[in-house]
Ligand binder design. Structure first.
Ligand code: MG
Length: 384
């Protein structure tokens, strides 16, 4: 097998989500957006696909890095190709991001899985054929009946329990919400949700990411008292020492890092520094499926759980292949968003959840996405 063709198709789609000035996603009016799919094809006619933003797959990235490293190579040699592409990051002037790296690497996994008629989660180890989901809310807002008050969070939590979720994670209020961030309001929302779901229901908090140490400690003590299961990213993660300081004073498990750069190296530093109790990894955060597996196995070697950030086919495959994880992050959820609505470019969603809160591992080969190629072909904006 030899990689012969690498092509990005940018296509028009629609979205009912908008970003605020700080980049957080909220419900909004339906509007046109552009999305992109990377297709990698070998000399035997096998193709693999991976979706991303047109920006992450722009011609500069594909021509200067992905094609240079991948063309003419065997798609089975994923570790070699990933390392060779990752090495380009240093000299790329910060253009080649972990996200672009992840999309490119995942197309290789998809190609090989499709060629061998095997699911990627099976190729990674086939540890489980289903996983429990936690409902992960959008950040708080100021929308009437949305997630504007602690009571809104409590009401939405009740709905999520009825829908079948067996755990819930809150993202609370962050700027540009007019009065945010507020430790006191975060604790009120967490208390309202605890009240709504009862004492034994697993709850997690992912709050404002730029609290000071003292604010993070106050919030941590508050949700510790409410019996929360984990505490996620209350401060800038690039200060490992701040997390070591926080973890040393709290009993509630600290999970991380999620956003901090450095892939598996950063996870190793956090473990060695005792900055976290549970390791965090996501395919888009560390540059793909291969490096996510390194992080999960690193955590396993220290008898630590590794909980996966974000949904989608890559993260789901990682969860299917490892033993030391419990949850799939399903979201982001909001009272005004129908998460189960099928995106235009798919024939079905990758993560349908049953009434008991389980998501089955995909039954299709590769990453398991049931792609609506007709829709994409009918809505092409550009190709490169
Ligand atoms: Mg998070």
């Amino acid at each position: 097998m030899k990689i012969e063709k690498i092509e990005v198709t940018v296509f028009k789609s629609t979205s009912k989500k908008v970003n605020d000035t700080d980049g957080h996603t909220h419900p909004g009016p339906e509007h046109e957006v552009e999305e992109a799919v990377l297709a990698i094809t070998d000399d035997e006619g096998n193709s693999g696909y991976s979706f991303g933003s047109p920006e992450a797959l722009r011609p500069y990235i594909i021509e200067n890095f992905v094609k240079k490293v991948f063309l003419g190579e065997d798609p089975l040699d994923r570790e070699k190709l990933w390392i060779n592409l990752a090495k380009w990051q240093r000299g790329s002037g910060a253009n080649l991001t972990d996200r672009s790296l992840a999309i490119s690497e995942m197309a290789l996994w998809d190609l090989v899985g499709r060629a061998q008629n095997t699911s990627v989660w099976k190729m990674l180890g086939g540890y489980r054929d289903k996983v429990l989901a936690y409902g992960s809310t959008m950040c708080g807002d100021e929308i009437n009946g949305g997630l504007a008050t602690p009571e809104d969070y409590g009401n939405f939590a009740e709905w999520m329990v009825k829908r079948g979720y067996k755990a819930i994670k809150l993202h609370t209020w962050m700027p540009p919400v007019s009065w945010a961030p507020s430790v006191k309001m975060d604790i009120k929302a967490c208390a309202a949700v605890r009240e709504a779901v009862g004492q034994d229901f697993p709850l997690m908090l992912d709050a404002n990411h730029w609290y000071s140490r003292m604010e993070a400690l106050e919030l941590g003590k508050g949700i510790q008292e409410l019996g929360y299961y984990w505490y996620e990213e209350p401060m800038d993660e690039h200060s490992t020492e701040s997390y070591r300081w926080l973890a040393s004073q709290l009993d509630i498990p600290i999970i991380g890092p999620e956003y901090a750069y450095g892939k598996h190296h950063t996870r190793a530093e956090w473990i060695a520094s005792k900055a976290c109790d549970i390791v965090r990894v996501g395919v888009a955060d560390v540059g793909g499926i291969g490096p996510s597996i390194k992080c999960a196995h690193l955590a396993e070697s220290f008898n630590m759980d590794c909980e996966v950030h974000g949904g989608g086919p890559g993260n789901l495959a990682v969860i299917g292949g490892i033993s030391n994880t419990t949850w799939y992050e399903r979201g982001l959820l909001h009272p005004f968003i129908d998460y189960d609505e099928i995106p235009n470019h798919l024939n079905r969603i990758i993560d349908p959840m049953d009434g008991d809160g389980y998501i089955p591992m995909p039954d299709l080969p590769g990453l398991g996405e049931d792609i609506n190629f007709d829709y994409i072909d009918d809505h092409i904006a550009s190709r490169h």
